[in-house]
Design a protein around this ligand. Structure first.
Ligand SMILES: Cc1cc2nc3c(=O)[nH]c(=O)nc-3n(C[C@H](O)[C@H](O)[C@H](O)COP(=O)(O)O)c2cc1C
Ligand code: SF4
Length: 518
């Protein structure tokens, strides 16, 4: 029997040497005349173990990692193809605690299958949701997605079914599905992992969205910094088209749907849906005023669904297993699962899909294992660069949209960045303002001017210039930005700034002049 060895093709694994490892394994197989083949899978999302190599023995998959090219001959000597013992031997992949404790619905195939094998995709429940959708009415599909409780995973948490209903009900000669794969938030990589590790699930989700709303054309808008995701998605679209899954008759049905992959130049604001639509139309990525909603006048002025990758990629499992199955996971109004992306100064960084409801402390201390430096955790920023910094005192907050909002925070795209006690929170507050100043599209004054004034004010606090007056001024600026900005870039920058100031007041005392030059 041919033994299968899995070596990830995910960008994180490649950055850690997966290509060299795959080549070394292929050479060793040839040199030793063994009956084995290498399959390039996606990542399992345990980045401290990458490149994570797996061997499929008769019953299980045995993991080894992190593997370097130089380890390969020794692995073969140790009986690697039979799952033999070695210093890098991790046991059965599914038994690794970080993976075993997860509830993988959206990421069920990621790291398991060959991302570009339709046979693999079908073998692991792929296309079942689409088959069901084809047999349903548009209204029933929309009702199923609404009943599942799925909310947008891009940041705002808007109910996906309600958005789809608006587009379904809108009249128009042409409607569009636009997948927001810009993924600009710090500490986030879930979209990239799906595109590189299970691209057909996104394609399937987009086709279902198209059938539900009457859209026949889709676009994935991603960033040029994601070359591997672009290449994998492009190839997957071609494979799906050749197999009749995309095209004038989706899987032999009366529905047509086709799609293209587009890349932007990587401006953070191009992740904002209206700015994204401008960029997709070939215009400058500047925010549009709402109304009109993109659902009514979106891409080229036509009714358009704009959904995040994870929102769309969660639809196939909902359509396959049913709304009740998905809704059963989670807490409160946060239903289903969420792929939490754990990053920053943390021991076990990676992707952890779980039902909503774990506390922040469980995620950081138990799953993430605390800081990589071994120093105490000081703060955790949840939700990307516009998210609040939470101190240890708020570690009992459950991972739930409403619970975070009640504490002036947000879940956003579910990226969390961990900081140890060496972090300087005044510096982080200044950074938030500086980030906003650099990334502002310039359309409205509170954001364009306010962010620059914010940087100056933070510098004055640092320099000890009328600190109390300037702290009050910084809070006042934040208030103006929060309520006066056109979009969430200016409107949410106050969250990291104010949370840093409120939770870590000791860091907002003046320091010697020498630090001001940093
Ligand atoms: C400055 C800014 C950047 C954003 N970046 C992203 C992004 O990278 N990806 C994303 O899906 N949503 C992003 N959003 C949210 C989108 O505007 C929009 O809410 C989302 O694409 C809707 O999809 P969903 O309902 O599936 O979440 C951003 C919003 C703002 C204000
Ligand atoms: S808040 Fe900033 S990014 Fe958003 S529209 Fe105004 S200037 Fe543009």
């Amino acid at each position: 029997m041919t033994v299968t060895i899995f070596v990830p093709r995910d960008a994180a694994a490649l950055a850690l040497g997966a290509e060299k490892v795959a080549n070394a394994i292929a050479q060793e197989i040839a040199a030793r005349g063994l009956d084995a083949k290498v399959v390039r899978n996606g990542s399992r999302g345990m980045f401290w173990l990458e490149p994570l190599v797996e061997v499929r023995t008769e019953h299980k998959r045995i993991a080894y990692g992190p593997v370097k090219a130089g380890d390969v001959p020794g692995l073969f000597d140790a009986g690697f193809l039979e799952g033999g013992q070695h210093a890098l031997h991790l046991g059965p992949t599914h038994d690794i605690p970080f993976l075993r404790q997860q509830t993988r619905l959206t990421f069920s195939r990621c790291g398991v299958t060959d991302p570009l094998s339709l046979d693999d995709y079908r073998q692991y429940q792929g296309l079942k949701g689409l088959e069901n959708a084809i047999a349903m009415t548009q209204a029933d599909i929309v009702a199923q997605v609404t009943d599942s409780g799925l909310r947008g995973r891009g940041g705002a948490g808007f109910p996906t079914g309600i958005k789809w209903k608006t587009v379904m009900d809108a009249a128009g000669p042409q409607k569009y599905i636009v997948c927001n794969a810009d993924e600009g938030d710090s500490a986030t990589f879930a979209d990239r992992m799906i595109m590189e590790g299970d691209p057909f699930v996104l394609i399937e989700g987009m086709i279902i969205a198209g059938i539900a709303t009457g859209a026949t054309k889709g676009y994935v808008y991603t960033r040029s910094e994601y070359p591997h995701a672009i290449a994998t998605m492009t190839e997957a679209v071609e494979i799906a088209r050749a197999a009749g899954i995309l095209g004038p008759s989706v899987m032999g049905s009366a529905f047509a749907f086709d799609m293209e992959i587009r890349s932007g130049a990587g401006a953070y604001v191009c992740g904002e849906e209206t700015s994204l639509l401008n960029s997709l139309e070939g215009k400058r990525g500047i925010v549009r005023a709402k109304p009109p909603l993109p659902a009514l006048q979106g891409f080229l002025g036509r009714p358009t669904v704009v959904n995040n990758v994870i929102s769309l990629a969660s639809v196939p499992v909902i359509m396959d297993r049913g709304a009740a199955f998905y809704r059963d996971f989670g807490m409160g109004r946060s239903r289903g699962t969420i792929p939490i992306q754990i990053a920053g100064n943390v021991k076990y960084g990676g992707l952890y899909e779980t039902a909503f409801g774990l506390s922040l402390g469980e995620i950081v201390d138990h799953i993430g294992g605390g800081t990589a430096t071994g120093r105490p955790v000081k703060a955790v920023q949840v939700g990307g660069p516009l998210g609040a910094y939470f101190p240890r005192a708020l570690f009992d907050t459950p991972f739930d949209y409403e619970a975070f909002a009640a504490r002036d925070g947000l879940i956003g795209h579910a990226g969390i960045t961990v900081f140890d006690d060496s972090a300087d929170m005044l510096k982080q507050a200044r950074f938030a303002m500086e980030f906003c100043a650099i990334e502002s599209c310039g359309k409205c004054t509170p954001c364009r001017i306010g962010s620059t004034r914010g940087v100056e004010t933070a510098d004055k606090i640092r320099q000890g210039i009328e600190p109390e007056k300037n702290k009050a001024l910084l809070a006042d600026l934040c208030n103006t930005m929060k309520f006066g900005s056109l979009c969430a870039l200016g409107g949410f920058t106050p969250y990291p700034v104010m949370s840093a100031m409120n939770h870590f007041p000791e860091d907002f005392s003046p320091a010697p002049m020498v630090e001001a030059a940093e």
